[in-house]
Design a binder for this molecule. Structure first.
Ligand code: VGL
Ligand code: ZN
Length: 203
């Protein structure tokens, strides 16, 4: 039986939908770190955004937002091709992503200081490994959120790290499988068992 995930998440004012990195470099086939199928999730994500807003839930859009040179990139000794460089096409939200703006909608840029910004809750210094909190937890607490629904890209990288942090911080955490895609299939199965172990649920 095929059931659309959008029918399985009930949004309410105590729920926050976190839309992770639906940016051209990940979601457009010509992006530098295109995640296979990343474009296909956009309409599903949009449906979640619509339903979340209709129910008075908080919506947070995150953007990977790197300086042109960072140890996060292969060019700086890291593991990733150059992607989501601030103020470039690749860092822009996908043009078909539904972007709504009001007092319950927030935008968060991560990795802006050259850190690895995998989780939307924490950035990590790629050399020292030191972690620092972003403003996301404060945003969600101020919004009265108890539950966090995570979607976007990529399942085995930023979606995973964001959901793990959300669970660690005590939010009831859900990942929408139809609204995410992994960089690799092996990464995906590893991510799912890690998430399951952390108490994260899937729809
Ligand atoms: C991401 C790799 C590098 C992501 C960000 O958004 O999943 N992946 N930087
Ligand atoms: Zn990145």
């Amino acid at each position: 039986m095929t059931v659309t995930a959008a029918e399985q998440v009930e949004y309410d004012p105590e729920t926050a939908l976190v839309v992770v990195d639906v940016q051209n470099d990940f979601a457009d086939p010509s992006g530098s770190l295109y995640v296979s199928g990343g474009d296909e999730i956009v309409p599903v994500v949009n449906e979640h955004i619509r339903r979340a807003r209709a129910a008075g839930a908080t919506v947070v859009y995150t953007q990977d937002w790197h300086p042109p040179e960072t140890p996060h990139f292969v060019t700086g000794g890291g593991q990733w091709p150059v992607h989501c460089v601030r103020d470039t096409w690749g860092a822009e939200l996908h043009p078909e992503l539904l972007v709504v703006e009001d007092e319950r909608v927030h935008f968060l840029k991560k990795g802006t200081g050259g850190e690895d910004g995998y989780s939307a809750f924490t950035v990590r210094d790629p050399t020292s490994g030191a972690e620092e909190a972003t403003e996301l937890e404060r945003i969600l607490r101020d919004a009265g959120a108890r539950r966090v629904v995570v979607c976007g890209l990529a399942e085995d990288v930023c979606v995973k790290e964001t959901a793990l942090d959300a669970a660690r911080l005590g939010f009831d955490t859900v990942v929408v499988l139809e609204a995410t895609r992994p960089v690799s299939e092996e990464g995906s199965s590893a991510a799912r068992s890690q998430l399951r172990e952390a108490g994260v649920t899937f729809v």
